[in-house]
Design a protein around this ligand. Structure first.
Ligand SMILES: *[C@@H]1O[C@H](CO)[C@@H](O)[C@H](O)[C@H]1NC(C)=O
Ligand SMILES: *[C@@H]1O[C@H](CO)[C@@H](O)[C@H](O)[C@H]1NC(C)=O
Length: 492
């Protein structure tokens, strides 16, 4: 074999162990941000020492951290009736037109950090309206009151106008979250908004924002819990939305539905609305088959598991890949950026944070000790998911276009993105105009030749693997993709 190889090299024949891959010339969707939400964890982490709060802000928002390009701030409803204190955010609302801007200092602190770091997409999202606007006078278990939709829209516009006056410009507002559910168990805030109410909420909010001079703030809806909720309900409300009132159709994917169903969601959402679909929340995934826990390409389902390694990272990568290639979503947000659902006690157990367990939850990119209040452990623990998100946030530039990739070695999936502008700040290896994000779901390394991408001059890239969180590398004729890795190749 060695002799044959040498002979081929001497003959100048290109010898490679992999088949050729190619990047499609057909443009896909235009991309518009990668992020996570500020629900709940600020209520704990705001109490941590200054240096830890700063570390968290840097890890999420700065270019030395994940450099998220989207952040979702939760406008709290006051947490009335919510049985988990961490999930009971304070509310600005006092009475019609009267607000307490000192409320929710914790949430506002991290919102300010996102704004200071120039996170380009800032969404204000709501789980529940103020209690005077829900049918049961609580922040969970009820419905939005029809007669209060006008007041609700004015309240949201007032909150957004207040932050604009403070120099924080929300790009989007999301007035309902999983409106298919009342959240009657009250483990968090939530309210039902019936399909018959949704267009009215969107249209009324559009008017209220415009009246405040907030024409640039886009509305997204309806944050359906799953494809199974979205598909039968979309035709009941989207056609009633006034043209121009909606900026994006937002959805979650807690059904962990298959490719065909997710593709249908994207297609139906765009057809009925004329605007892009955005994937705005997911967490809490694990392999559907318990024998597949260590398979990054396993079929996923909802359930407990804390998986901080490359396996959990690539399982999340699978969901981004499905979102971008099947639903053709323009945007992706993970659910809570931080979580205390680590499922073990990290203080005196060094393997707790780095090993998988079935008690915790895949609902954070970074974790903290659920017992911090009693044991004073305010350390934060990073997962490989944070670094996977760093690839997507750094190298799917706002305004870039997705292109499909085919013919990759077995077990490798990839997507290419071309930017209309030269990108320099977000790349570790000089300026670039195109990226090729490759996830190797297999356990063995495989090589690819960057030139096959035909995306321009290969300038290097970055890799996250079991042995490195983030390593940059320069140009070469062949790049080895380690087993269980995400590698981004950059081109100029
Ligand atoms: C405003 O909110 C802060 C923080 O929750 C609270 O301490 C204060 O009493 C509130 N003020 C009013 C007038 O409700
Ligand atoms: C969406 O519209 C396109 C173009 O008219 C059509 O080909 C496609 O079948 C529609 N999709 C759905 C799910 O209705």
């Amino acid at each position: 074999m060695a002799r044959v190889f040498l002979a081929l090299v001497l003959l100048g024949i290109h010898y490679t162990t992999t088949s050729a891959f190619s990047v499609s010339s057909t443009p896909g969707q235009t991309m518009n941000g990668i992020g996570a939400s500020g629900a709940w964890w600020p209520n704990d982490v705001f109490k941590f020492p200054d240096n830890v709060r700063e570390q968290v802000a840097q890890l999420l928002f700065s270019s030395s951290g994940a450099g998220l390009t989207s952040y979702r701030f939760n406008i709290g409803g006051g947490g009335v009736g919510v049985n988990n204190p961490t999930r009971a955010p304070q509310t600005f609302y006092v009475s019609p037109g009267v607000y307490n801007w000192s409320a929710d200092a914790a949430g506002v602190f991290f919102l300010q950090k996102a704004a200071q770091n120039n996170v380009p997409q800032l969404t204000a999202f709501v789980n529940s309206a103020p209690t005077t606007m829900t049918t049961n006078g609580r922040s969970c278990g009820g419905n939005l009151v029809d007669g209060q939709i006008q007041a609700y829209a004015k309240y949201l516009a007032d909150v957004i106008a207040h932050f604009r006056d403070q120099g924080i410009r929300f790009t989007h507002v999301s007035p309902m979250n999983e409106p298919d559910d009342t959240f009657g168990t009250c483990g968090q805030e939530g309210m039902q908004v019936t399909p018959q109410q949704r267009a009215n909420v969107v249209n009324t909010l559009r008017d209220a924002l415009d009246a405040q001079g907030l024409q640039s703030v886009g509305i997204m809806a309806d944050e359906s819990s799953s494809t199974g909720n979205f598909l039968p309900e979309a035709s009941q409300w989207l056609p009633q939305v006034r043209k121009g009132a909606l900026a994006a159709v937002s959805h979650h994917q807690y059904g962990f539905n298959n490719d065909a169903s997710v593709a249908q969601l994207g297609s139906v959402g765009r057809n009925l609305s004329g605007v892009n679909t955005w994937f705005t929340e997911i967490c809490c995934f694990r392999a559907a088959n318990s024998g597949q826990q260590s398979n990054p390409a396993a079929t996923l389902t909802y359930g407990s598991t804390y998986e901080p390694t490359m396996i959990g990272a690539l399982q999340l990568g699978q969901l981004l890949y499905q979102s971008f290639t099947q639903a053709q979503d323009a945007h992706f947000d993970f659910w809570t950026a931080l979580s205390n659902g680590i499922g073990c006690s990290p203080l005196n157990n060094p393997s707790c944070a780095t090993n998988a367990n079935s008690n915790g939850w895949n609902d954070g990119l970074i974790y903290y000790d659920p017992s911090y209040a009693s044991n004073h452990n305010t350390a934060v623990y990073q997962t490989k998911r944070l670094f996977l998100m760093k690839h997507f946030a750094n190298f799917i530039w706002l305004g870039s276009t997705r292109f499909a990739v085919s013919g990759l070695p077995s077990g490798v999936v990839g997507m290419a993105f071309k930017s209309p502008n030269q990108q320099s700040e977000s790349t570790p290896v000089g300026s670039a105009r195109a990226s090729l994000i490759l996830m190797n779901m297999g356990n063995s390394a495989v090589s690819v030749q960057p030139s096959q991408a035909a995306l321009g001059n290969f300038v290097g890239g970055a890799v996250t693997s079991p042995s490195t969180d983030w390593q940059t590398f320069g140009a070469s004729s062949s790049v080895s993709l380690p087993g269980l890795s995400i590698t981004t190749l950059l081109f100029n």
